[in-house]
Design a protein around this ligand. Sequence first.
Ligand code: MLT
Ligand code: MN
Ligand code: ZN
Length: 306
Amino acid sequence: MQIIVLGAAAGGGFPQWNCNCPNCAGLRAGTVRATARTQSSIIVGGDDGHDWALLNASPDILEQIRHTPALQPNRGLRDTGIASVLLVDGQIDHSTGLFMLRERGVPMPLWCTDPVYEDLTTGNPILKVLGHYCGVDRKPVPLDGTPFTLDKVAGVQFSAMPLTSKAAPYSPHRELSVDGDNIGLTLTDTASGRKVFYAPGLGARTPEVFAAMAAADCVMVDGTFWTNDEMIRMGLSKKTARDIGHLPQSGEGGMMDWLDELPKSVRKILIHINNTNPILDEDSPERAELTRRGIELAYDGMHITL
Ligand code: MLT
Ligand code: MN
Ligand code: ZN
């Protein structure tokens, strides 16, 4: 199984267009040692090397495709390496890239849960709009862990579990979450049995999620915020990380504590990193702490082979 990170940042990307937080301003000015990142998306492929599953469709997808030769296999006058799309939620940063794929000649196979399908056909009716272009061939993601495979993506099996996180702000269930607003995915290489757990939006620890992480060879999990009150302290929001469905890395019961409890053999990677997060600064003490704990940061173009 191959994974390529297309975008490792949270909504807004890094630097964010209107942001002058220390990271964004420092990156622009060249005074902070950090790497720009586009918005949250990965691709997963199996044996053939040509047909990939797109996990989340970011608004930056066209730029991401330009930087990813694997997604343009050039087998015909019109071609793409994106064989299927799978969404973990209906957030803007994970779904609006679908509009950019509208020139497809045939409907896009699209896997999402029922609540996400509802959000993307009502509150933010992307899928209805797309019906006037290529259309989507929607397939429901089972929430009970039943394994499923994606069209043309050979050698990788998927399974989903509901997460405690948050639906998008436009969703009627933003403050009253339902199972399936957000999912965590286990990706299994069917030949080797090796597994990756992927959850870019993960708001709380549960025994089920911990078990899925402990059973994986590699976890790629919510790296949005360092502290719970990061956005409040910077004067950028009135909401905490937990309020918007993201478990912070630091503090008691934070993501670092959780990752420390995993078996030592598990590779630990943070993804969906918000531009305010001090870990983006390669010279920060927070980044040094992650390194000390053996936790990696995803970056655009990162390649993972399992
Ligand atoms: C989130 O994950 O909380 C969202 O990315 C926020 C956003 O897209 O504005
Ligand atoms: Mn997001
Ligand atoms: Zn910023």
